[in-house]
Ligand binder design. Structure first.
Ligand code: GRF
Length: 216
């Protein structure tokens, strides 16, 4: 089976990128990560990618006069690798409509909340402040508006008494590492296509049981 080539963009730790790299080691995984690119030369995730034998590129946004020049360089670099999809994994630059439209339905993001709730930063603090009982993460196709776009998948975790933002973040991150590879696989195998700004899934539901918290 020919694997779909993907690029992963990171800015930091890169644990979601690592989860994708690990998943892609399976022979039957439909995607192959051929490029890990970062806007941050010091992103710790770059070392992991290099050690895994994956090509890395740094496109430091500080080297460019404006967003357009940065995004043009990013786009050109990615194109050299002939990737079909681009996955954002903790990529901390806002992308303009020029870039997101060029990669429409081919650009995927993971966000640490159950969208459309808690777009933006500090999602775990905000979830705790709001007193929600269920929190989680979302994988979606990217649209020009931040943290917006057709949803491929979501994973929910309970918010538990005594949770701090860090404890909750760790619980969500564990779910992210399961959800992202699953959703990228669906996209790469053509089982999560966009139709009318919704994702039409051709896949088994992950689970149909009621998700309830607290239960008792
Ligand atoms: C993750 O929580 C992801 O959802 C968000 O940024 C964080 C990146 O973590 N977009 P990592 O770099 O993948 O470890």
């Amino acid at each position: 089976m020919a694997k779909t080539k993907i690029a992963v963009l990171i800015s930091g730790r890169g644990s979601n990128m690592q989860a994708l790299v690990e998943a892609a080691k399976a022979e039957d995984y439909p995607a192959e990560i051929v490029l890990v690119a970062s806007n941050n030369p010091d992103a710790p995730g770059l070392e992991f990618a290099e050690a895994a034998g994956i090509d890395t590129e740094v496109i430091d946004h500080r080297d460019y006069d404006d967003r357009q020049a940065f995004e043009t360089a990013l786009d050109q670099t990615i194109k050299l690798y002939n990737t079909r999809f681009v996955c954002l994994a903790g990529f901390m630059r806002i992308l303009t409509p020029w870039f997101t439209e060029r990669w429409r339905d081919l650009l995927i993001n993971i966000h640490p909340s159950l969208l459309p709730a808690f777009k933006g930063l500090h999602t775990h603090e905000r979830a705790l402040e709001a007193g929600v009982r269920i929190h989680g993460c979302t994988v979606h196709y990217v649209r020009p508006e931040m943290d917006d776009g057709p949803i491929i998948g979501q994973a929910a975790v309970p918010v538990l008494p005594g949770d701090t933002p860090d404890v909750l973040a760790a619980r969500v991150l564990e779910a992210e590492h399961k959800l992202y590879p699953q959703c990228v696989a669906l996209a790469c195998s053509g089982k999560a296509r966009v139709a009318g700004e919704r994702v039409r899934l051709q896949a088994r539901e992950f689970g149909a049981e009621l998700l309830m918290n607290p239960h008792d």
